[in-house]
Design a protein around this ligand. Structure first.
Ligand code: HEM
Length: 403
């Protein structure tokens, strides 16, 4: 069967821009069948079961070369750094680098960062006079937290957080539709970031601390890994941790604000927070799709596909597939998920920083629901499309308990 025979959707249409509700409605008719549709960017996989099986299928790569081609990043230093990411690696090169950093990304590794995260969240909410009617949640909290935490994790000065945030935003253009100038901006940011991280690694070699980068240069000194392995982890973590978490924190607040009963429930029972975060991720994911290409020509669901083809397991669609999550458009922070939402992928490339971002999201939700009775979103501008939503502005107003 040829790919041309699949039903098609216009991925660049308004439906698939920024509104998960409309995107779910547009995709619903296709979820009952084989769950495959064609778009101008490739093959979209829109039901949960098939999306999950493709995400964990070792016959597919994460398609970094095709991402670079689509955006127009030429061969060179920037492309090489993206192709060196943990994300892009396979086999022994992938396992070696992932194993070397593993202790930092476990549940107990994330717990070690919780107290500091809690202190920052509370301090920034207090300092920023958050009682005021118009609160710039993006600038004052959600953009600040993941980049500051990244600095702490690699032992860099916390004052570098603004630079980290900016570099990450530039490189996240990899997830935006191709536009003039984007390739140059991504290349420029990749080159600056690599130089920054190499300099940080050198500083840690001279004066090690109790951080991830010091740990990695320590392993390097034993000969078990090299500098490329260190970059594979920390560079990938920088790009993967900042915008993704910031965007999800805003989306979580937006969904909870729109469901005041759920806000109240969490306020009354903070022990629900980990369930709440997973449900909010399911309900309103910031990263809409992952991407795959077959390593070799193969048969897939009756289609002949080649390494030139790109498949997009759609996270938002799988997470809202009624076959996996009954009544998917009902937000229920007490929901027992029988299967895991697709947000973090799974298998050999499953998100390394999952426990860290869950902890960050939990701390933000705990702080805002403890402090306030409810929240109104004044302005939410999420641009993005294709793979991920990036908030451009997110302003809220909180209602004190006394009102
Ligand atoms: C809401 C926040 C986040 C989301 C939605 C997210 C999502 C993902 C997904 C979907 C993958 C797998 C990609 C695939 O299968 O195609 C992934 C991989 C990865 N993530 Fe995350 N991530 C988040 C936060 C983080 C954080 C906080 C870190 C680090 C501190 C991180 C580091 C990584 C790394 C290094 C990989 C590559 C793993 C590998 O290839 O072995 N991520 N992430």
């Amino acid at each position: 069967m040829s790919i041309d025979t699949l039903p098609s959707i216009d991925w660049m249409s308004e439906d698939f821009q920024t509104d998960v509700e409309r995107a779910c409605a547009a995709i619903a008719p296709h979820q009952k069948g084989p769950g495959l549709v064609r778009s101008d960017r490739g093959i979209e996989i829109v039901n949960y079961a098939l999306a999950l099986s493709v995400v964990r299928d070792a016959r597919f790569s994460l398609a970094m070369p095709s991402r670079l081609r689509t955006i127009g990043i030429p061969d060179g230093a920037a492309a090489r750094s993206f192709l060196n990411f943990l994300f892009s690696r396979e086999g022994v090169d992938h396992v070696r680098a992932r194993k070397a950093c593993a202790p930092w990304f476990t549940a107990s590794g994330a717990e070690k960062l919780r107290e500091q995260t809690r202190a920052w969240v509370n301090q920034w909410l207090d300092e920023s006079n958050s009682e005021r009617a118009d609160f710039d949640f993006l600038g004052l909290l959600s953009n600040r937290l993941p980049s500051t935490l990244f600095c702490l994790m690699i032992g860099a000065p916390l004052s570098d957080a603004g630079f980290i945030q900016h570099m990450s935003e530039e490189m996240m253009l990899l997830t935006a539709p191709p536009a003039p100038g984007n390739a140059e901006r991504i290349e420029d940011a990749a080159i600056k970031t690599q130089a920054y991280l190499l300099d940080q690694a050198e500083q840690r070699r001279r004066k090690p601390g109790a951080d991830l980068l010091s740990h990695m240069v320590g392993v390097e000194a034993t000969g078990a890994i090299d500098t490329d392995d260190i970059l594979a982890v920390v560079f990938n973590a920088l790009v993967g941790s900042t915008d993704t978490t910031s965007s999800q924190i805003c989306l979580n607040l937006q969904a909870l604000a729109a469901n005041p009963d759920q806000w109240r429930l969490l306020k009354e029972n903070p022990a629900l927070v980990s369930k709440a975060v997973m449900e909010l991720l399911r309900y309103n994911p910031g990263a809409w799709s992952v991407q795959r290409s077959p390593f070799d020509e193969m048969e897939f669901e009756g289609l002949r596909i080649t390494p030139e083809d790109t498949l997009f397991p759609a996270v938002f669609a799988g997470n809202n597939d009624p076959a996996a999550f009954p009544e998917p458009r009902r937000l229920d922070i007490e929901r027992e998920h029988a299967v895991t939402p697709l947000n973090f992928g799974t298998g050999r490339h499953g998100c390394l920083g999952r426990m860290i971002t869950l902890m960050e999201q939990e701390e933000v939700l705990l702080a805002v629901t403890r402090k306030w009775k409810s929240c109104t979103v004044l302005d939410a501008d999420f641009s993005g499309k294709m793979f991920a939503l990036a908030p451009q502005s997110f302003r809220v107003s909180f209602v004190p308990d006394s009102e």
